[in-house]
Design a protein around this ligand. Sequence first.
Ligand code: F6R
Length: 611
Amino acid sequence: MCGIVGYIGNRPAESLLLDGLKRLEYRGYDSAGIATLHEGQTYLRRAPGRLDNLKKRLQNNPALGNVGISHTRWASHGSPSEQNAHPHQFGNIALVHNGIIENHEELKQELQQLGHQFQSDTDSEILAHLIARYCEQTPDNFAKAIRQALTRVEGAYALAILDTKHPDILIGVKQACPLVVGIAEGENFLASDFPAVLSHTRQFYILDDGEMAILTASHIQITDLEGKRKTKEPITLNWSPAAAEKAGYKHFMLKEIFEQPQAVIDTLCGRLDHDKIEQAFLGIQIEHLSNIERITLIGCGTSYHAALVGKRYIEALAKIPVEVDFASEFRYRNPLIQNNHLVLGVSQSGETADTLAALKLAQSQNAYTMAVCNVLDSAIPRLCNQSIGTFYTHAGPEISVASTKAFTTQLVSLYLIALLLGKQRGTLNSKDLQRRLENLYSLPMLLEKVLEHEASIQQVAKNWLKSEHMLFMGRGFLDIVAREGALKTKEISYIHAEAYAAGEMKHGPIALIDDKMPVVVLAIKDYLYEKTLSNLEEVKSRGAQIIVLCNEDDQKLRSLYPDALLIPSCPPDLLPAVAILPLQILAYHLANLRGLDVDQPRNLAKSVTIE
Ligand code: F6R
């Protein structure tokens, strides 16, 4: 998502910073900015939109100096405008920030009472004000002022900070967002990602949470947030720039699978305050939702599968009737739009032609429209912002054609929407809401646990990589997960994969079973477990080769079926997000072991902007 580049040395900072931002463009952004220091003055330049807009501004008004910070922003708090773009400056302090400050409202009110006025809608600007105040108390010790200010801050941040009074220092701090220090001869760098500065150095310190780096042109000091010095071993990266974009993973798909715990945190960031949903940061006009009597969820491919899960969430938690349709079917079936009907489009790219057209049709028939989307300001959000609005998933750029982190973050977004609707309608009491939100906080950790099983999933893939067909089956949420698993498998490994609701097998598809058919049975210890096991027996007795997706503690299934994809026990609502991960990893390894172009499978495009 957002990118940070900082420089201190003997060369003009402007062009180095712009070059670094250019190398982070692949991550996506909607505004950019830079600040440099020269002869006691801060040169701050920002622009909405592409980097070229910023470059144009710099052509007319160059940013002078050999020290500077820069940023590409993907908007979360506030629109992608110049004022909201980073760096933010107050007094002597200019800074760029990745992450979310959770107690920003409280800090803002406190600063306002002290007479501070804010120029932007961002949480980040508050940090510039806060640090500037502490600098007044310790004007000779810039680093100490930052440390003191940060004791007041709750949330996630990677920061690069300048002080006009200390033009020979550049400071970086990290807490729960990535930040690295690039080490070079007579110059040093800060960056949120290696590719930004890889053309200048291959030596890095990777900062850990709670660490501060104090950079001069010739020296780097690392401390903790109490000011205690730390010794750190630098690492040397041998990655090519292309490998660096993949953070060392062989493919974007694998990187994006492993990014899912963080992507979920990013979806939740700023939207929850302990047991409350922060309505102001959802991006939708909640008051209109209280009128809604019926909902149609639409999407294509993976987004359609997320919509199927969304239906179950909304019906269970908010008791509103929901239908789900392929966008391509909805738009041509003369759908019945009724009073107070909401059509909610789910789309990673925000550009999918069928979803866009279906939403336009709904709007033309006076339905409310709304989007769950990943790409900021794309066509679908622009359309829906004329009605209820857009709930952004904030998953970060998804580059691999096969959708992974977009799916899990769509599930989280739809879950939050269902909780919100449930609360609004009184179908969910505060205690129940609180319990479900607490469970939701555990999701990133549950996803991490699944990722720990990658090696054993790869082994399962090795055992089945010559398969020509595969069948996936499950019940309840796991029926939908099975469909998404089959889609992932077929689109990247080219194995013919289908999914069926386990209870449907005996109504036809069981005829396909013979001793060459691998069947992935999704059997979690829940209220449908015994029924799924009966369906497993049905296919097994017809000769099927069984792969199970089961709980880690299911010794019975694990001993009977060594090809087991394991997941930890989890709250029922989180099951779809947890259970899809092993299937994404299985599909990835099947495709990789078959020597296929995982990130760009044949015949497919990332954004389907034609019918
Ligand atoms: C599958 C996949 C596609 C997309 C579909 C919709 O891995 O990526 O099925 O989900 O093309 O795309 P969006 O979500 O961009 O509307």
